[in-house]
Design a protein around this ligand. Sequence first.
Ligand SMILES: *[C@@H]1O[C@H](CO)[C@@H](O)[C@H](O)[C@H]1NC(C)=O
Length: 143
Amino acid sequence: MVSISKIALLLSLLLTTLFSLQLKGSEDEVVPSEVDNWLSFKVYVAISNFLVSKNLTVHCKDKHHDLGSHVLKYGETYDFGFIPNLFWRVTLYFCRFTWEGASHSFDVYNQKKNGCEECVWNILESGPCKVDRKHNQCYAWKD
Ligand SMILES: *[C@@H]1O[C@H](CO)[C@@H](O)[C@H](O)[C@H]1NC(C)=O
């Protein structure tokens, strides 16, 4: 496990970099696109209930965070954001999806496999579908 002080050190390094980039940007009147790039590391996950006329309970976690249980009516969306590990591709968020008569789990963000920045999922009875600007990609439940 990475120690807290190491994380604090990396965070302060990151913040210092951000701050100096911003200062540089305002001095030179350069659009601070580098700052945007840093912030774009943030990942957004949205999960919508597409189970026709059923409530969906969503419970998401990673190794260190339990985001708790959320009940979605049909058509409702639950979302969350996080900063993935910037140094090792180890961030993994998985959720358990439960509704009347069924319970499945699925990785909604796997940094090693598919580093989506906006991970938008529609949950159907047959499995989750990842919604993209261009197309939807649907998966079958594996458990
Ligand atoms: C879904 O949950 C709400 C309460 O949040 C409840 O009133 C409603 O009857 C439930 N709908 C179904 C289809 O179970």
